[in-house]
Design a protein around this ligand. Structure first.
Ligand code: NAD
Length: 262
């Protein structure tokens, strides 16, 4: 196989992207569609799903909340039926969770963040596992965060969930490796988009500084002094799913411009 083919996912790969209707998930879904994969995206937001499908009529869409066990079970059944199996799971869905001092966070907010950001990935992967074991190119790519390596002041539920995803990844890589399934995590840094704008806005308000000042603080903690583009994360996902990634498993790979602190 020549090197360029080695660096591209093979056409026809069957890919599920959770929360694929916008943000990072949408960039990953678009990347796999460009690589001629068969892609199914799920999302909780039906309007966003329909909008994505209007621009990409070849995609399959399923409305699902990945924190709801029954909806996840139905999602994986539909995935198996619509794609005829599954080769690559992009376990991407997650929310930012609350910002605040630990003693000011409500139990409800903490539980909701862990339910979506960590438990949701468990729910998806436990139903995807049999399909991936049956694949000849089974690969799980869990989307964590640099907050899953560095810790994140005032965002402890999110950070704890993202550390949990790294543990899920490394344990599953050991469990599923002998079945030929590779399991890796991508840890994005500060990714350009609506989510980071709202996080910066919240933190600026909590610290009593202007938005621009908080944004400059974020950039000053990144060696490359720039935000990550959703397509930078998509490129790593495509590489991990390609033959070039065939010997990479159990890794937590940062795509962050070398963030020193968040
Ligand atoms: P986003 O906030 O832009 O949301 C993407 C999609 O998730 C939306 O379409 C939304 O409808 C969907 N969604 C939300 N809750 C859902 C649920 N319960 N079930 C199904 N879909 C749901 O997200 P993003 O910024 O693209 O982030 C994607 C992933 O990357 C998340 O896991 C996030 O934690 C991680 N991440 C993001 C950043 C960043 O700076 N944006 C940094 C590090 C890690």
């Amino acid at each position: 196989m020549n090197m360029i083919k080695r660096l591209s996912p093979r056409p026809g790969l069957r890919v599920l992207v959770t929360a694929g209707a916008s943000g990072i998930g949408a960039a990953i879904a678009r990347g796999f569609l460009e690589a001629e994969a068969k892609v199914l995206i799920c999302d909780i937001d039906d309007g966003a799903l329909q909008c994505f499908a209007r621009h990409h009529p070849e995609v399959a869409v399923v409305k699902a909340d990945i924190s709801d066990e029954a909806q996840v079970d139905a999602l994986l059944e539909k995935t198996a039926r619509k794609l005829g199996g599954l080769d690559v799971l992009i376990n991407n869905a997650g929310i930012a969770g609350p910002t605040g001092a630990i003693d000011e966070l409500s139990v409800e907010d903490i539980r909701r963040t862990l339910d979506i950001d960590l438990m949701g990935q468990f729910l998806v992967v436990r139903r995807a596992a049999p399909l991936l074991r049956a694949s000849e190119a089974g690969s799980i790519i869990n989307v964590s965060s640099v907050a899953g390596r560095l810790g994140y002041a005032l965002r402890t539920p999110y950070s704890a969930a993202k550390w949990g995803i790294v543990g899920l990844t490394q344990s599953l890589a050991k469990e599923m490796g002998p079945d030929g399934v590779r399991v890796n995590a991508i840890l994005p840094g500060v990714v350009r988009g609506a989510r980071i704008e709202s996080v910066i806005r919240d933190r600026a308000a909590a610290s009593g500084v202007a938005y621009e000042e908080m944004e400059a603080q974020y950039l000053s903690n990144i060696s490359l002094r720039r935000m990550v583009e959703p397509e930078d994360v998509a490129a790593m996902a495509l590489f991990l799913a390609s033959p070039g990634g065939a010997n990479i498993s159990g890794q937590a790979i940062s795509v962050c411009g070398n963030v020193e602190n968040i």
